[in-house]
Design a protein around this ligand. Sequence first.
Ligand code: HEC
Ligand code: HEC
Ligand code: HEC
Length: 405
Amino acid sequence: MRRVSRNPALAVVLVGGALAISAWAAENPIASKGQGLVAIGGCQGCHTANSGAPFAGGRAFETPFGTIYSTNITSDRDHGIGGWTEADFERAMTRGTGPGGKRYYPVFPYPHYALASREDIAAIWTYLRTIPAAATEAPPNHLLPPFNVRSLLAGWEALYLHPKAPEESGLDVQARRGAELIAGLGHCGACHTPHNRVGAEDAARPLTGAMAEGWYAPPLQGDSPAPAPWTAEDLETYLRTGLSDHHQAAAGPMGAVTAELAQAPESEVRDMAIYLSGLMSQAKHPAPVDQAQAAERTHPEGAQLYAGACASCHDVGSAMLRIGRPSLAVGTPLHEDRATDVIMIILKGLKSPEGKAGPDMPPFANSFTDDEVTELSAYLRARFSREPAWKDIQSAVRAARKGVT
Ligand code: HEC
Ligand code: HEC
Ligand code: HEC
């Protein structure tokens, strides 16, 4: 594409061509279906670097294999996938193998995309063809031996690539579509399912909760520790907006997921919500509690920090509670089996979805020492839950600090 800038006449022709293509995308029903599916697949978030062109790649991922960069999937012929055939694309999405037999690392969630229907993959391909070419090359990967040898991934695949479709018996049409999207394009298990040391998901324990990007993605089935039940209605609103009336706002990587799902078709998100509420229907919900005095006696330092830095927003009578945002007692994080999410929220704060007015919490990473974050977390747990105290909060704080600068 660099040639273009030296030839203004050709540039005009190409720009004109690009406009014609995107207008065509808006009118082509298959391309616009593909656009909605791309929002469910989260392709843009992973394939766009900070302030980079959309879908032009270059975002870094820390994995058990080393640092891997997402690639350029625009229609650029030299740097993107403009020279691919539809068959090349389908093979990449379902087998994790590119043209010439190049094997992909499973940070590209193709083990999930393998469960998508052929029609959905074809629609995504049609949409991707309409994305303007960007002549950006992704930085080279930094991989640890032996993982730098891509062909060894064939062994990984033979061991672990057995995509398992969810159990569908007894589900109605909507829940079946929801199950297919959650396990397939939505790749929710990439974060919510436990992984082994080489990055493969434990197929026997889908959606039972796992660490993801330094956060904890909680269980989304019968083990869900949420105090308030997740109804299909709550889930639909949460997935589309990052907020629901009875649950805490989506934080960390889940905020990014909901920002993309906001662009997905309502009916598809509703189907996912219907299926997920069924999966979570067996959860036991701990009753919300507020044991302020007892917690203050056992954790005086945490109580003091809370009174000074948090109560103005989170306590009874605060503006936030008066506008109907839930109290800390009903949020899931304080009921999880580890302190990770509470620590991450204290360190990083919480941003309302981009471009929207919504709940905002300032980051406290520079205000508190590790000991203070530890005391505060222990106090919140004692005050707002009846579950056992968290063990070794201190190491969780140290681990969280590494990812927060
Ligand atoms: C969690 C992050 C993530 C998501 C979500 C994701 N990708 Fe990727 N993708 C990657 C990474 C990282 C690579 C590079 C893998 C490698 O180098 O082995 C990649 C590689 C690819 C490739 C191979 C490109 C090439 O040049 O060889 C294609 C095609 C692709 N992704 C398409 C998609 C599509 C379509 C979606 C959405 C349905 C998607 N990806 C979602 C991270 C992601
Ligand atoms: C990139 C990682 C990632 C992906 C992908 C992801 N999640 Fe999450 N999710 C998280 C994390 C981390 C949290 C906890 C953060 C918080 O408490 O806000 C979370 C929280 C949630 C919650 C709130 C649960 C509760 O009880 O509070 C729901 C519901 C949820 N995710 C559903 C989904 C669905 C459905 C998908 C797939 C469409 C999905 N997630 C994909 C990381 C992810
Ligand atoms: C300026 C107001 C503000 C301050 C100060 C503040 N927060 Fe928050 N906090 C918020 C908002 C807004 C949310 C998102 C609430 C929602 O809508 O779900 C939130 C969410 C949270 C959550 C996740 C939700 C849940 O139920 O678990 C935790 C934990 C939390 N805050 C802890 C703290 C702690 C600890 C402090 C003090 C160090 C603090 N906050 C200070 C505004 C604030």
